[in-house]
Design a protein around this ligand. Sequence first.
Ligand SMILES: [Zn+2]
Length: 480
Amino acid sequence: MSSYKNKLFLTYESNTQLLPFIRLLANQIIHIIYIDLLKIHINKAYQEEKNYLISTLFGDYLGINYEIVFGEDKDYTITLGNQSITIGNHLFISEDVPYLTTDNVPSKVNFTDYQKLADNLPILYGTEKFNITDNSIFIDSDIFAACFFMLTRWEEVIDKDKDAHNRSKAKNSVAFKAGFIERPIVDEFVDLIWECLVKLNYKGKRKKQEFEFIHTHDVDQIEKWSSAQAVAKTVAGDILKRNSLQLAKANLRQSKATSKGIINDPYDTFEELMDLSDKIGVKSHFFFLHEGNHELDNAYEWNHPLFLKAISNIQERGHLIGLHPSYNSSINSHLLSKEKLALKRIIKEEPTIGRQHYLRFTVPETWQIWEDNEMLWDSSMYYSEQLGFRCGTCRDFPVFNVITRKQLSLRELPLSVMDSTFFEKIENGETESVYSEIKSCIELIQKHKGKFVLLWHTNYLNLAVFERHKALYLKVLDLL
Ligand SMILES: [Zn+2]
């Protein structure tokens, strides 16, 4: 290194005026290239997976320079000058052994501390062995395999026990069973890597992150009081099913006021939601549902006057429009493509963001469908029945398809909280505990400077039956 450094200075010897500046610049460059360049040594098996993982954790999350050296070392050895961090490799050892098997899904998860570096981290692969000296750190827990497990969701590929909508169940996940579903564990592992680097006097800078609130609304329905029959049906349900004369009266009053044009239809909440977003300085993301081909789609046509009015208002006010692909599109690329094109014709631009209707999602097929349709980000990753971090992270990340073994251009922005997860609890009068749960989730994401993605459906706001839900929603917005 020193001879290269000397040569570089000799070249500029003649220009005396610029010399101090050039000397400084050259030193900086040499420092960045040689001193702070991390080398990550690892064996040659599963290079696609390792390239993805290392580029995501070191490049995307930490934003630091690194070089991967594929060789014979079994474990991951990160070298920095004469210092090193060794992390046990317990999954990607040999390509003769496939990893997408039930046997490789962690069945027992222990937790361990790493002195002052990190507390109570789960061990998905490897052991709790840990050692630290002045210039080396050894962690036997395979945090790379753990991050890969969480980010790619490959346990869902082999878990065939799905719910009535063919969705993965939170209770089947390792994160739920081991009790860390409500922790962004990938972000915690990345913090551990960073703390190890700092401990070894790494001088580079970590990528700056800021907490962000992403306000999203799936538009499943657009008009409640569309006809006299719709009013009669709801009111009959209030009396016969819900046993509430009070609700029936409130709905009758509201439907009359809507038909006289005194108030907006209770599902026409676009202006109100945009006002709320404007007040806290964020944009609303509205994801529109197409007619689809399933009985749980077909809620409204895309020539409905309320739909067209909403589209033009959203565009005029500078808020955002995305796609809410229909029920069966999660396994049907042609359908998603058709719906995307239909929305493009209306909004006169390419829709590139959104979320699957019913959070129906087949890993990795649905991600691949989004990729093939040139979408930029999806925000479906969330278990409908459970608040938490389905991918173990509170920020967007690049997607990896474990079947084709390729990294996609698509990014996943995991959903953090969905309104309907808490319907039963709110109905049972547990609004305070729901509020505390959401508040803790926000605080955790704030701590990690991540992205809090809230889904509040446009139709869960102004019906009498949603009075308590709306109060909770407004209280949550006050936190942001
Ligand atoms: Zn939906």
